[in-house]
Write a protein that binds this ligand. Structure first.
Ligand SMILES: [Fe+2]
Ligand SMILES: [Fe+2]
Length: 140
C-alpha cells in the first residue's frame, strides 16, 4: 500500500532535489503502509519520527541551496516549509495525546499528499529552475 508512487511526483530541473524527494516518498510510504497494516506502538512512533526528521532535512537542504544561490523568493518558499513543519509537529503532539491512527492516515491522504504534489509543481519547480541556471553560470 502506497500513499504516493514515484510517478505521482513531478521531476524538477535540479537532480539533488529529485533524489531528496524520492527518498521522502520511500519514507512516507513506509509510514503509510505501517498505518494501513495496523503496526503500532514503538515501531509506529519510530516511523513517524523518521518521516518528520526526513521532512526537516528535505526542507533545510532546499533552504541551504536557496541561500547559497540567493534565490529571489526565499522568504516565500521557506515560509511555506515552516508552516508545514509546524503542522507536522502539531500532528505528532496530537497523536501522542490521542493515539488516533485515523487522524494520521487522514492527514497523509488528504493534506500531505496533495500538498507535496502542489509544492513540487510550484515552489520547488521554480527554485530548481533558478538553481539549474545558477549552476550553468548564467548569473555569474
Ligand atoms: Fe522539495
Ligand atoms: Fe520546498
Amino acid at each position: 500500500m502506497m500513499l504516493l508512487k514515484k510517478e505521482d511526483l513531478p521531476k524538477v530541473d535540479y537532480q539533488g532535489m529529485n533524489i531528496v524527494h524520492e527518498r521522502e516518498l520511500e519514507i512516507v510510504n513506509r509510514l503509510y503502509a505501517a498505518l494501513k497494516e495496523g503496526v503500532g506502538g514503538e515501531e509506529l512512533e519510530r516511523l513517524l519520527d523518521a518521516f518528520i526528521e526526513d521532512v526537516v532535512n528535505h526542507f533545510s537542504y532546499e533552504e541551504d541551496l536557496m541561500r547559497k544561490s540567493r534565490f529571489f523568493a526565499y522568504e516565500c518558499h521557506a515560509g511555506e516549509h515552516k508552516r508545514v513543519l509546524e503542522e507536522l509537529n502539531e500532528l505528532r503532539n496530537r497523536w501522542q495525546e490521542t493515539g488516533n491512527r485515523e487522524e494520521l492516515l487522514n492527514y497523509l491522504e488528504n493534506t500531505f499528499k496533495p500538498w507535496i504534489v502542489e509544492h513540487v509543481l510550484t515552489m520547488d519547480t521554480v527554485t530548481a529552475q533558478w538553481l539549474s541556471r545558477v549552476m550553468a553560470g548564467v548569473f555569474f
